[in-house]
Write a new protein. Structure first.
Length: 218
């Protein structure tokens, strides 16, 4: 039977989380909001509107959301030509595809950003499909992004593993009924990922690749 390996991208396959922290912090600063970087870091992985709401609260001026998102997108876009893949990212996807897994990306990125991320990974031949935030009504931690990835792969939840680096990833995967693997390269503690639903946690894609035989992918 076919199996699906579903991957978050930012902080999981490409080392971008701290770039997102810096550029979101600057977008908030330009709009007159003082938001601590540690708070931004823990919100990374949410869709833009949800991230703004999480950090500014329900009484925020919702008319500012589009401007904040546009400012972050413009600031982050300056790095598109030099986004660094995390160790072993491309090799991990190629190994899984070579072993019969259908590899699907589940990410909030789209357009030029998604193109830059895929260039950084350098394993397009191993990626069967991409489920982006534009394809679903609700982003992580809702299960829809993972569920859409499973639909693209044509695989039931019990035949899939989802890999991510944030608590939002683990909650989305758990709600979708898939086994979840966490990686620490996004900067969050192991305990946070395990509490959110990770069945196993590895340092980064290279560590997971070296440990495949004893992992949920075995």
């Amino acid at each position: 039977m076919q199996r699906a390996a579903v991957f978050d991208v930012d902080g999981t396959l490409v080392d971008t989380n701290h770039l997102h922290v810096t550029t979101w912090w600057e977008a908030f600063r330009q709009a007159g909001h003082r938001v601590p970087m540690h708070a931004v870091h823990r919100a990374v992985g949410l869709p833009s509107a949800a991230l703004v709401g999480h950090l500014l609260g329900e009484d925020r001026d919702r008319d500012l959301e589009a401007g904040l998102s546009a400012a972050h997108k413009a600031l982050y876009g300056q790095y598109f030509d030099r986004l660094p893949a995390l160790p072993g990212a491309g090799d991990l996807l190629r190994r899984l595809a070579g072993e019969g897994w259908t590899v699907v990306l589940a990410t909030s990125a789209g357009g030029a950003e998604l193109g830059a991320l895929r260039r950084a990974i350098g394993a397009d031949e191993a990626i069967a499909a991409t489920a982006s935030a534009d394809d679903v009504a609700a982003g992580k931690p809702a299960p829809e992004p993972v569920e859409h990835a499973l639909e693209l792969a044509g695989v039931p939840a019990e035949r899939a593993v989802f890999v991510g680096d944030t608590v939002w990833d683990m909650r989305a995967g758990t709600r979708a009924g898939v086994r979840c693997v966490g990686v620490l390269c996004g900067g969050l503690p192991r305990a946070d990922l395990e509490e959110a639903g990770a069945d196993a946690v590895y340092a980064d894609p290279a560590d997971l690749l070296a440990s495949l035989e004893g992992s949920p992918f075995a």
